[in-house]
Design a binder for this molecule. Structure first.
Ligand SMILES: Nc1ncnc2c1ncn2[C@@H]1O[C@H](COP(=O)(O)OP(=O)(O)O)[C@@H](O)[C@H]1O
Ligand SMILES: [Mg+2]
Length: 275
């Protein structure tokens, strides 16, 4: 398809609404179980399937992230009153002390914001700043050093919160080398890519999020959808990147409809190795 002009590869980072996928529902149930039973859980899955955005969604992290617990002037949204989860992402280089400080700060933030949100909602006399954290989600848990893992285990033992370690496949095997921690793990959860059926469903229902609405009766559209589903193999990040290229190529060539050739041209623009 030589006549189609293409641009150099890009990675899209635009914000689209979160999609409640079946995988997210499974993740949610898993987190609920770890919270309720105060267990340690391990969640592992390949890059790009949606682990981080799912953890953020579950913890309602957009409402909490970066808030200053001591700043009394900010308005705390009402929904914060129901937050009981802390999302903790260790730095690339981490020490037990840094881990402890980050978690303590996060818990303080949760206590303070939940207390204020409740107070605003119920206009009670005195805000209740008691402990609210019931679950800690640790994203990028592969980054944790042995000592940092030990620090987390100690925190878990003392505070009796649920703990979910999120990382790449292989994390669960690495953890099995630390019997102290491993013996406390109650659940392991594999975060999987979208099935073919669900990829098609998500593309159809949420196409506008990528700037593309599909026509169910048009064979060209269906062929393009099938190509996107095949190429991306249920990986959300790849869908994002491929669709960003599709839209750019269409704009560049002043096309109004996507077809399989455009999808193939978009695929060639991506540096994706195994895709
Ligand atoms: N449920 C979802 N709804 C909307 N977008 C999603 C969803 N899951 C993943 N994504 C998209 O895929 C990208 C990669 O997801 P991310 O959570 O960073 O993957 P992982 O942490 O597994 O590597 C996100 O930036 C987001 O754009
Ligand atoms: Mg991630």
């Amino acid at each position: 398809m030589n006549e189609v002009a293409t641009l150099s590869p890009v990675t899209s980072r635009h914000d689209r609404p979160f999609v409640l996928t079946k995988e997210y529902r499974r993740f949610e149930e898993f987190c609920e179980a770890c919270r309720r039973e105060r267990y340690i859980g391990v969640c592992y899955g390949p890059p790009g399937v949606g682990k981080t955005v799912s953890a953020r969604h579950y913890a309602q992290w957009d409402l909490l992230e970066g808030q200053d617990p001591l700043d009394q002037n900010t308005v705390v949204p009402m929904e914060v009153a129901g937050c009981r989860t802390l999302l903790f992402t260790p730095r690339v280089s981490n020490t037990p002390r840094l881990v402890r400080e980050q978690i303590e700060h996060g818990r303080l933030m949760l206590r303070s914001l939940v207390g204020r949100a409740e107070h605003d909602a119920m206009s009670s006399e005195r805000p209740d700043f008691s402990e609210r954290c019931e679950l800690i989600l640790v994203d990028e848990a592969d980054r944790l050093t042995t000592q940092s893992l030990e620090e987390l285990r100690d925190h878990y033992d003392r505070e009796k919160v649920g703990l979910v370690l999120i990382g790449m496949p292989g994390l669960e095997k690495r953890l099995s080398r630390y019997p102290q921690l491993y013996s406390r793990i109650g659940f392991a959860h594999a975060f999987r890519p979208l099935s073919q059926e669900e990829t098609l469903f998500v593309l159809r229902k949420h196409g506008h999020g990528w700037g593309q609405d599909w026509n169910d009766d048009d064979f060209t559209d269906q062929e393009a959808l099938a190509a996107i589903t095949r190429i991306t193999a249920g990986n959300f990040r790849l869908i994002d990147r491929l669709m960003a290229q599709v839209v750019r190529i269409m704009r560049l060539n002043q096309l109004n409809t996507v077809n399989k050739e455009v999808v193939d041209a978009a695929r060639e623009c991506l540096v994706i190795g195994s895709m």
